[in-house]
Ligand binder design. Structure first.
Ligand code: HEC
Length: 203
């Protein structure tokens, strides 16, 4: 039963990763204000050269910056939140680790393109969104998927894209783009996806 819930959760996350309206103002700023503001805002102090105020956040976003649109796995911003609390680089420097759900919201925001204000996208952001749409097609749209990634459908018809890591007893181990892996019982996948998992392990 818990596994079924996990699957539903995975599929729901997979869907939010593609939602367009995920932006910093609505999804992430409230989390930052609660956990990071004392040390990372122009209203207070700017430690480590990182101000998280929306008007200057653009400085931290880019292919080689701490927030890498569409690539939360390599965003230093997220890495620091996931470190062990005792690690030197762990953030927040003071206070409790962010709840898992909040880290996932931040990851989903980065995966969706790290847009600051979806109502008023900058020229760069509009371009980025267009590029992301062409390079990362939604699963099942018939365009080629990233190598190694497959679409998986559950019995309720929801679809996610994930890498297949192998079978564990009667469950498929799947790796999402954000680096998280999940164990999904074959019985909760639709017939075709379950068959695909079996085919992928067969030599
Ligand atoms: C008590 C103060 C404090 C709080 C709260 C805090 N930080 Fe920091 N942060 C620092 C200091 C000091 C540095 C610079 C030293 C370092 O890089 O470790 C830093 C550096 C960083 C960096 C590194 C920038 C780089 O160029 O690599 C990131 C990213 C970061 N913080 C994110 C966060 C986030 C996100 C939060 C909230 C979840 C947070 N911090 C909360 C003090 C804090």
């Amino acid at each position: 039963m818990t596994r079924l819930l996990v699957l539903c959760y995975v599929l729901a996350t997979g869907l939010t990763l593609r939602a367009d309206a995920v932006d910093y103002l609505t999804e992430v700023l409230p989390i930052m204000k609660e956990h990071c503001w004392d040390c990372h805002s122009n209203e207070t102090e700017v430690k480590g050269n990182v101000a998280l105020d929306p008007d200057v956040l653009f400085d931290q976003i880019g292919k080689y910056n701490i927030i890498r649109p569409g690539n939360s796995a390599e965003s230093g911003f997220v890495e620091r939140l996931k470190l062990d609390e005792t690690h030197n680089d762990f953030m927040p420097r003071k206070g409790k680790p962010l709840p898992k759900g909040e880290i996932e919201r931040i990851e989903a925001w980065i995966q969706a393109g790290a847009i600051v204000d979806a109502k008023k996208p900058t020229e760069d952001e509009t371009k980025r969104m267009a590029e992301m749409k062409t390079t990362a097609p939604a699963p099942g749209e018939g365009r080629p998927a990233e190598p190694g990634f497959h679409s998986w459908k559950n019995r309720e018809g929801r679809v996610i894209e994930a890498k297949f890591l192998g079978l564990e007893k009667d469950s498929a181990k799947l790796l999402l783009r954000n680096g998280k892996s999940y164990v999904v019982p074959l019985t909760s996948l639709d017939e075709e996806s379950a068959a695909k998992a079996k085919r992928l392990v067969a030599p």
